[in-house]
Design a protein around this ligand. Sequence first.
Ligand SMILES: CC1(C)C(=O)N([C@H]2C=Cc3c(O)cccc32)c2nc(Nc3ccccc3)ncc21
Length: 346
Amino acid sequence: SAASGKENKPSSSRSRRDKDDTTNPDINIASIGNYAFQKTVGEGNFAKVKLAKHKLTGVEVAVKVIDKTTLDEKKLAKLYREVRIMKLLHHPHIVKLYEVIETKSTVFLVMEYASGGELYDYLVVHGKMKEKEARAKFRQILSAVSYCHKKRVIHRDLKAENLLLDSNLDIKIADFGFSNYYDPDSKLDTFCGSPPYAAPELFQGRRYTGPEVDIWSLGVILYVLTTGCLPFDGKNLQEMRESVCRGKYRIPFYLSDSCEKLLRKFLIRDPYKRAGLEMLIDDPWINEGYDHSPISTDVSQRVDEDDAIIALMERKYKIDRESIIKGLRENVYDETTAIYYLLYYE
Ligand SMILES: CC1(C)C(=O)N([C@H]2C=Cc3c(O)cccc32)c2nc(Nc3ccccc3)ncc21
């Protein structure tokens, strides 16, 4: 691929690729496949996310445009792992993948657009949530994360910035760029995530199984939802590390006892003593006002074959029934299944 063809000039001499240097012709196009780009929603160092509209159904989507020519082999492998994991996850509170379009130089991930933006920005604007609202959001997050863990997937970068909101202000977990599979009987050692949300064992360079690092981050998220502040902070990484490893955080006077007790279950420094998600199923704070646990046992959120939608696609888009059903059963992410998904979830 282009990545291996590039000689490794020392970074200082490599000229920064300026905006309109389109050595990659796909980066500044106006449309791809059935999608017309509208505006840029976010820009990372390897990807740009554009708001787009599906030309046939009019549904708004978010397209993550990844320039492969800027990725080395390792990063390319990470990208394909992220795509494989996204194809595995079908949950109401995880951003959906609709279609994957790949050219020689670019990968386009057509995904669900969360029009409400980041939970982080929502908290900046509205301040801390009342415990009732925090509970509703936290139950959605817990449901999505326990679904991932049951599929042997860990997110590893859970934070308020990656928790998006849709038009109903429901949670949509985004950015599985650091996610990975885990094996309950083996250890991982990659330090991932954002320092304020990172578990102490990660700062101490200890290997970990997987779920326990997400559970620590969930504790930090619960604290952020109910207080509007970070439990551990510092003006630099060293101070942050000391704060997290000391594990001391302030409990504001207005926090209920049941919420304080729940925080203590998550923010335990010893990963072996930290609560597992299944231990939280009947936690009083999580279930107050609800008659069922957010941690659902069934992990099959697969789309079913809706005859009305298939009939509409046959009539309106002249797509034959067999190819739609085949695509759904084989977990394909092409333009046909994308039309089905967009109509099904709308
Ligand atoms: C494809 C996908 C999943 C994605 O990669 N992003 C990016 C882009 C911006 C961003 C961020 O600010 C935080 C997390 C993820 C992201 C998305 N952003 C949105 N909505 C949005 C709307 C207003 C502001 C921020 C995000 N919907 C879906 C996505």
